[in-house]
Design a protein around this ligand. Structure first.
Ligand code: CTP
Length: 481
């Protein structure tokens, strides 16, 4: 197959010329070739992997001289690799190598090898495809392991015996699941079985790399498929036990609850249709995470999961720590959504009162739209009528929110009277009564008892102060007056 016409990036011709001058061979390999054959490129690729029969580092240095000395070059001497960042593309150079692995490490012993040795040591046949950059065969596809056929058959399989590929580098088990999910490919049965067999070896992979793969799976079009594969291969139990524990149904007195794992994956796939936001997707994956721990069968009522939203929100920091996800505002955001995830639905089942909606707007603040997206994704049922009914109710809640938002300015509202104001008016230091009055004003606004304005809040403050036996010492003017 001649792909010369597709090698549009200007670096390919530069490499080809240098390889010719130096009398060495160079090839483009890996993800670039795979994605080129799958989709063609109309935008410049983000990553290009180059393999040379010789020194990758020297080739990178020569290419840099030829482009411009200013282009950033990073050399990894220990690995014999070098990376050039040219405009928006990272170009990685490596010498063709033969690798052998030791039992307890992902770090291979490396020696120089042929192109075929190099293709052989790669993870999957679809990632082992190479295109020649040499002048006599420029653009020719080199495919000793049937990668092209596997692309057509939508198959993930390894060049070597899969057991060896995964035992050599167990991260590849997750990469395989990620590619199967992203490309919607099948993992060939022997390859699949080998993942199950070697699953415990994931223990030698750093958590950062595992989580990087999880994040990549999360960002695919149907991440639920990835988690199904993780479960079926036995990896899920090891790398995400809390999610694994959601599996299964129990029965008491002929009553079943739904399989919370399957439900969660449906919610995740639903939300993936609405948003690319990684953290909103994580919130969807974890919204019911405490269901196994709160599950109870109550005779007369059936299965209950009381308080799972609160316990779930409490579980998030521990899970984030274990997964080495960031312990920052992203985590707080996920916690908040998990904690609030029932609120809009509960609203939609009741008569929707203004004050309940106002409280929801206040509590969710800027994350209200995301919360609504999560809740809508959470409406899953085999019964279409039930889904339709919930969606209709939900629509009413949305309308009500819009209506109240227009009327009151509740979102992120700062009460029109501050704690400092209260201290000043009654001439008191920071103390409990200040908190009581402040809270009473906030509650009265949220309940719709008073409007969210200075005058009415001022009146409420005086009223509350009087009840607490406080005496007005100073008059306060509306800020800005
Ligand atoms: N590779 C491998 N084993 C790994 C990682 C990478 O064999 N654990 C090889 C594969 O041939 C892969 C290439 O190195 O194609 C480049 O790796 P990487 O850039 O991580 O992945 P890509 O295949 O380019 O895919 P993507 O950029 O979509 O992650």
């Amino acid at each position: 197959m001649d792909l010369a016409g597709h090698l549009n990036h200007k670096v390919f011709h530069i490499i080809s010329t240098i390889a010719h001058q130096e009398g060495i061979q160079a090839f483009v390999i890996g993800g670039f070739v795979r994605d080129l054959l799958l989709t063609g490129y109309d935008t410049p690729p983000k990553d290009i992997d180059i393999v040379v029969l010789g020194s990758g580092i020297e080739m990178a240095e020569r290419v840099r001289q030829s482009i411009n000395e200013e282009v950033p070059l990073t050399v990894f001497k220990n690995f014999g690799t070098a990376m050039l960042k040219w405009e928006d593309t990272e170009i990685e150079f490596v010498g063709a190598r033969k690798e052998s692995y030791r039992k307890n490490s992902r770090k291979p012993l490396v020696e120089d090898g042929s192109l075929e040795d190099d293709q052989n040591r790669r993870d999957f046949t679809i990632n082992a495809l190479a295109i020649s950059l040499n002048q006599d065969s420029y653009g020719q596809l080199l495919d000793p392991f049937g990668g092209l056929k596997h692309l057509e058959e939508k198959l993930i399989t390894t060049p070597l015996d899969p057991g060896q590929t995964f035992s050599d580098d167990p991260l590849r088990m997750l990469r395989g699941i990620r590619f199967a999910t992203r490309l919607d490919f099948l993992i060939e049965p022997d390859t699949f079985e080998a993942i199950g067999h070697h699953r415990e070896r994931i223990g030698i992979v750093s958590q950062e790399r595992i989580t990087d793969e999880l994040n990549k799976i999360m960002l695919t079009r149907q991440p639920g498929k990835g988690f199904t594969l993780l479960d079926k291969t036995g990896l899920l139990e090891i790398i995400f036990p809390e999610l694994y524990q959601m599996k299964g149904v129990e029965e008491v007195e002929g009553q079943f609850h739904k399989d919370n794992f399957l439900h969660t994956l449906k919610v995740l796939d639903n939300i993936a249709m609405k948003t690319d936001d990684l953290w909103l997707r994580w919130a969807a994956l974890m919204h019911d995470i405490a269901k196994p721990r709160t599950k109870k069968f109550e005779p007369g009522t059936g299965w209950t999961f009381h308080g799972h939203e609160f316990l779930g929100s409490k579980m998030i920091p521990g899970i984030f720590r274990n997964l080495k996800l960031p312990l920052n505002e992203k985590m707080k955001y996920v916690q908040k959504l998990v904690q609030l995830h029932l609120r809009p639905i509960v609203l939609s089942q009741d008569i929707v009162t203004d004050s309940a909606v106002r409280r929801l707007i206040f509590d969710a603040g800027n994350d209200l739209e995301d919360l609504m997206t999560l809740c809508e994704a959470d409406i899953t049922s085999k019964n279409e009528k039930t889904v339709k009914r919930h969606m209709r109710n939900f629509h009413v809640v949305r309308e009500k929110i819009d209506e109240i938002e227009e009327k009151d300015s509740i979102r992120n509202f700062q009460p029109p009277i501050s704690g400092d104001d209260i201290q000043y008016v009654f001439g008191i230091p920071p103390s409990r009564p200040v908190g009581i009055i402040k809270n009473a004003i906030k509650e009265a606004i949220l309940d719709g008892e008073i409007t969210n304005e200075f005058e009415s809040a001022y009146r409420k403050m005086l009223e509350e102060g009087r009840e607490l036996g406080l005496i007005v010492q100073n008059k306060l003017k509306k800020r800005g007056d």
